[in-house]
Design a protein around this ligand. Sequence first.
Ligand code: GTP
Ligand code: MG
Length: 469
Amino acid sequence: MDETKSRGNGGRGGDIILECCPAVWDFRNLQHHMNAKRGGHGASKNQIGSRGVDKVVQVPVGTVIHLVEGEVPSFVENISFKGLDPWDIPGTLEVSPSESDYMTTTFSPNSTNERETIDVDGSSSVVRKVERLALVQKTMRSSSTGLCTQSPCFSKELSGVDNEEFVSHSEDGEYEGKIIETHDGTSEEVGEEMEEEEKIKYNVAELTELGQKVIVARGGGGGQGNVSLGKAYKTNKRAKNVHHTNTASDIERLDDEDESSLSSGFPGSKSLLVLELKSIADVGFVGMPNAGKSTLLGAISKAKPTVGDYAFTTLRPSLGNLNYDDFFSVTVADIPGIIKGAHENRGLGHAFLRHIERTKVLAYVVDLVAALDGRKGIPPWEQLRDLVLELEFHQDGLSDRPSLIVANKIDENGAEDVYEELKRRVQGISIFPVCAVLEEGVPELKAGLRLLVDGRESQRLKLDRIILD
Ligand SMILES: Nc1nc2c(ncn2[C@@H]2O[C@H](COP(=O)(O)OP(=O)(O)OP(=O)(O)O)[C@@H](O)[C@H]2O)c(=O)[nH]1
Ligand SMILES: [Mg+2]
């Protein structure tokens, strides 16, 4: 960074750096205007302009940075503009200047849904709530009945892969508010403003390891000083020194020319970013639409996801915390329903399957009665076959992780018989009969999940252990 320090020239403005740090708190999507500082002004004296102070913004592990508008930060110049594989980090992460140069800011829970604007002139950061986001926050805090499940930053358009999010269900209720997601993904509570679509150009980076840093806005270049004026400056200076030929107005004119030749510092780069936290869950509920995944999440945790007797009630994954008596805790993700052909993006399959990549343990949730009494569904063993195939078509080995089966709706007529047949047809894996609506079978399921998360059990669902007709 020393090259920015030259005689008479202003120093380069500070950069804005996002740094991945340990964090116990959570945020949803934050939208940030990143305006890096202007470089220092050029000086007519032989002063050395020092480089501006960097602003370091701490973000938690799992933060994905999307660029909405503005200049492309210099370090990502060569990356492709397509979406990232969730675990890929493009480009080379910048090595930041010495720690002493830092001014550190942490996004605290209180700043959730606030937009931070960093002044161009380098004065201290100004945090202002944007009306649209403040409205969301108000709604979120207005009730303790559920959770805000609609991001203010993403639209209801679901065709892209970048516009979903995990929703965290906090135990302490700090973020609790009304459930505002509806069946079609629109928001009832916060009105049209929330549906405004942000056009995400591409994903800049994903911070998955502590200490990773990315420069998201570059400080502006320093202004030009006397050294850079070279010959013209010297000629001017000589002219000024010939006192007997100069009148007072001549000297004034030459002074003006001198000063006007000095340039101001250049503005820093600007970008509008959306920061998305993609939590990495311990357990993912995988199942066909309507199997009862959301009901089950509500039964085993304090989460209150939307439940409906129609397919694709859930369009965005929800997270819940599964707590044990000894304070052990497991994060569970309710992933939207997967249908046959999902790997070809049928039923928004790509968007939904992506989330499964982020779970350590799979809990296949099947509807025991989906094919009974003239219902249009398929038997649970076929549900399982289709699910494994979709996972594998999406990504080789995706189903190869510790798993169990939840046989849901055991309360329904005929379900017991189907459960018995399921045990006969699917082997090598634990099957838990459950009635999610009545919360029956939940303690056993919790214990089974813990064994897998702990690593004490490691059964997988294998295609060759499923007996089909
Ligand atoms: N009888 C019975 N019905 C259940 C049970 N669990 C869920 N249901 C019902 O099944 C329907 C679907 O439940 P959801 O929890 O929304 O299913 P889902 O798997 O999340 O569905 P998608 O979000 O569309 O993927 C609802 O009408 C629930 O009331 C159960 O244990 N027994
Ligand atoms: Mg659901």
